[in-house]
Design a protein around this ligand. Structure first.
Ligand code: MG
Length: 203
């Protein structure tokens, strides 16, 4: 399986990092070694001193496809969960300035904690899913899929023009405003529609 992540998919988040709004989805990948499951802890890596959380809705792909038309894209995922796109912001800034790829800032071991999933058909409208991330019990990100620049269907259709999707692949759909640093001892928790689906301790 592979992990595909969308960047700059929320207007306020693009603004908080002084990034231009994209005309088309921006995506990058993480390897499967980035996953942290079952609420296992994350160990703060030694190569960064500015590790940021990015709470995101995650789609789980349920069938193989390529060149997927937007109108059929909703049939290619059947579960929606909560994940964190951990980012070494200091390394990412360096890479961006040099015009180099982001992997060292985004794809490292443990950079993709993944929580529990909810069935996609349990949502009345996938274009209106509230989600939030708390840091030590305080809400730091409060998002809604209605605020995405590119919808789930648009994202799936766009990615599949370039990269075939396979059953079990994960799509991290971008983070809303409110990203920030974590330190050792912090606890992050992710909620969708009031249900806690992820807990991640920083060690
Ligand atoms: Mg992200």
């Amino acid at each position: 399986m592979k992990i595909i992540c969308i960047g700059r998919n929320y207007v306020e988040h693009a603004r908080e990092l002084n990034n231009p709004l994209p005309q088309e989805p921006v995506f990058f990948m993480k390897p499967d070694t980035a996953l942290i499951i079952r609420n296992r802890p994350f160990f703060y890596p030694d190569f960064t001193s500015d590790l940021h959380y990015e709470g995101e809705l995650v789609l789980k792909i349920c069938k193989n496809g390529r060149h997927i038309a937007e109108k059929f894209a909703h049939t290619y995922y059947d579960e929606i969960g909560f994940g964190i796109d951990f980012t070494a912001r200091d390394l990412q800034q360096q890479q961006k300035q040099k015009g180099l790829p982001w992997e060292i800032a985004k794809a490292f071991d443990g950079a993709a904690p993944l929580g529990a999933f909810l069935p996609a058909d349990s949502f009345e409208d996938v274009g209106n899913i509230p989600f939030r991330l708390t840091l030590n019990g305080e809400t730091v990100q409060d998002g809604n899929s209605s605020l995405m620049i590119f919808s789930f269907d648009k994202i799936i259709s766009y990615i599949s023009r370039f990269v075939s999707l396979k059953m079990g692949d994960l799509i991290y759909t971008g983070t809303p405003a409110g990203v920030g640093p974590v330190k050792i001892g912090d606890t992050l928790e992710g909620y969708i529609a009031g249900q806690r689906l992820l807990r991640c301790m920083i060690k």
